[in-house]
Write a protein that binds this ligand. Structure first.
Ligand SMILES: [Zn+2]
Length: 127
């Protein structure tokens, strides 16, 4: 599951920060999955109350999909396709990537995907 990371020197300078942020986010998500599975979370910062089996499952599902988004973004950083929309191949605006470093769709494709509802699980919950 661990993406192949490029040595920092091979990354475009603007991608070094993004890789660092993604790796940090990855650690956070993994730590939270651990915490949830140990029933260690009372009220999550995403507003998901724990202690209830169904919510815990929903929370883990959300964290899992976040984790796979992060891994995908890391893979795309490594293969050079990072910043390109998976839907239309246009460049994802840097400001969007700033807010959502693991975004793989531009705003337009994301809203189409949201309308279809198919991407509901992949959509980041907090932004
Ligand atoms: Zn697009």
């Amino acid at each position: 599951m661990v993406a192949v990371l490029k040595p920092q020197s091979e990354l475009r300078p603007e991608h070094e920060d993004i890789q660092a942020r993604l790796l940090q986010e990855r650690e956070t998500v993994i730590a939270r999955i651990d915490a949830v599975s140990q029933h260690d979370i009372v009220i999550d910062s995403d507003g998901v109350p724990a202690g209830d089996f169904e919510s815990e499952n929903a929370l883990v599902a959300m964290l899992d999909s976040r984790l796979s988004e992060i891994d995908r973004a890391l893979g795309r950083l490594a293969d050079g396709s990072y910043g390109r929309c998976e839907g239309c191949s246009n460049t994802i605006p840097p400001r969007r990537l700033e807010a959502l470093p693991f975004a793989t769709l531009c705003v337009q494709c994301q809203s189409v995907a949201d309308k279809r509802g198919k991407m509901a699980l992949l959509r980041p919950a907090r932004f």
